[in-house]
Structures are given as C-alpha cells and as structure tokens.
Design a protein around this ligand. Structure first.
Ligand SMILES: [Zn+2]
Length: 272
C-alpha cells in the first residue's frame, strides 16, 4: 500500500510536469504526431525542402499538369536569389514555409543566430507575398528556443512522417516507404507528410512515378500541409494550435509592382 501511495504521488508529479511543459511544445508537429492522428481520408502532403533550385520550375510545371499543390520549405539565401520561382509557387497555389536562412543545425548556433536565421527568411518570404505559418528546421533538429522564436513569428514547427531519403537514392517503390516508426502502410492506407528535395534533378524527374505509386498505395488526395492538418479527425489539443494558411482562394499574390521590381533586378543568365 505504501508503495502504491508513492507510485501515485510520482504519477501525479509527472502529470503536473507534463502539463506545465506542454505549452512549450504545443506548436511542434513531429513525425509521431502526424502518424498518430486519425484522418477523415488518406491525405498525402508532398513537401520539398532546400530549394528553390534550377530544377524547381520543371517541378512546378509537372505539379501544375497534375493539379497537385505542394509545400516548399525554402532556404532564405537561395530564395533571395530566385525570387521569381518563389512568386510562381505562391501564384500557383503552393504553400511556402521557412527552412532557415543558410541551413545550419539550429542546435549548434547561438541564440542570436537562431533568431536571425528564422526571422530573416520569414521577412523575405513575406516581402514576396507569402504567408508562412510553418518552420521546418534543417535536419529536423531544433530546441526550445527555436520553438520560442518560431512561435513569436506565428510559425509552427513541422517535421514529416515519411522520409523518401531521395538525397541518397530513390526508392524502388514509393508504396514501400516506411513512416517514422518504421512501418509500411497496408495496401490502400498510404498517407502522411512526405519529405523530398527539389534540389535533386532525379527527384523532380521522378514525380510521375511518385504520384502514380502513392495514389496506387492509397493516397486519396495530394494537399498542402495546411490542408493536411485540416483533414485530421479529433486533433490533439496541441494540433489545434498548429497554424494554417487561411482557407479559400489565394489572395496573397504579390502586387504587380513588386513582381516588376524583382524581374528588373534579376541578373542575366541566372537559371530559373
Ligand atoms: Zn533541408
């Protein structure tokens, strides 16, 4: 009985600590959270990190042909060099998120640098007409201060549930990709937030197979991250706090004046 009382006390203390610490992680959507949430249908969100790159326009052409919206997590200093591609992403209905300014490991840099990496990229994306609501930290690595900075900018931290590992080699069959818990989805049940990189020509050229095999594996629809989160049934309290793009048609198209400035400033010969 004495043991039971001690156990009970320890359990209560644990609960108090868990509740006290939950607000700090309330807007972090990690792989397990994505895997565990029940959904109204098998939604699939294609996400492309590290761009834009010279292969991105070809990817946008193909996404356009398929009528599939995607989510791009952009590296600020590259987005600054290719503003027209970012403007195109936004105009064509894709979601644009923050992937830091120079792709560092955010755990290994100073608090000031962390803040600058995230803030500078956010300012740039907003100046191009985007409404970023997500931060995907490079390598999926972050700490409490990263979450704090993201939160102060109105960003939720979001990772992925299925890693294509496309930077290494392309999978033989996308239906056999494992989620973050190492599980292959049963036939017809494929869903999740998929991690790809539009900095690889091979990934971009493989989009037809990605779409075909994921549809065959059970994806009912391809959506942006915001629409994916909207497809969750009974989201956990933390998930309810995750930000989304405002619903409805895209109204954030940049003013034509801005577009003209970007076009004029674009240096000759830059591949887009
Ligand atoms: Zn990255």
């Amino acid at each position: 009985m004495k043991y039971f009382a001690k156990f009970l006390l320890a359990a209560v203390i644990c609960c108090i600590f868990a509740l006290a610490s939950s607000p700090a992680t309330a807007t972090v959507v990690d792989g397990n959270v994505i895997i565990d949430q029940r959904m109204s249908e098998n939604l699939c969100a294609l996400t492309f990190d590290d761009g834009p790159s010279c292969f991105t326009p070809q990817l946008l052409d193909m996404l356009n042909d398929y009528g599939i919206p995607a989510t791009f997590f952009l590296v600020g200093n590259i987005a600054e060099k290719f503003p027209r591609i970012v403007l195109r992403m936004i105009a064509e209905g894709h979601e644009v998120g923050n992937h830091s300014w120079s792709h560092p490991n955010l755990r290994r840099i100073s608090r000031e640098s962390k803040k600058a990496e995230i803030t500078r990229t956010n300012d740039l994306l907003k100046s191009l007409g985007a409404q970023p609501v997500y931060l995907r930290p490079p390598y999926g690595v972050f700490d409490d201060y990263t979450v704090q900075v993201a939160d102060s900018l109105g960003l939720s931290v979001i990772l992925w549930s299925v890693d294509s590992k496309d930077w290494r080699h392309l999978p033989a069959n996308y239906a056999m990709l494992r989620n973050g818990r190492g599980t292959v989805y049963p036939q017809g049940k494929m869903r999740g937030v998929f991690l790809f990189h539009d900095t690889h020509r091979s990934t971009v050229e493989d989009l037809p197979r990605i779409v075909k095999e994921l549809y065959e594996a059970g994806c009912s629809r391809f959506v942006t991250i915001s629409d994916y989160l909207d497809g969750l049934l009974d989201p956990e309290p933390g998930m309810l706090m995750a930000r989304r793009h405002p619903a409805g048609p895209i109204t954030s198209a940049p003013p034509s004046e801005l577009l003209q400035i970007q076009l004029v400033e674009r240096p000759d010969g830059v591949p887009e």
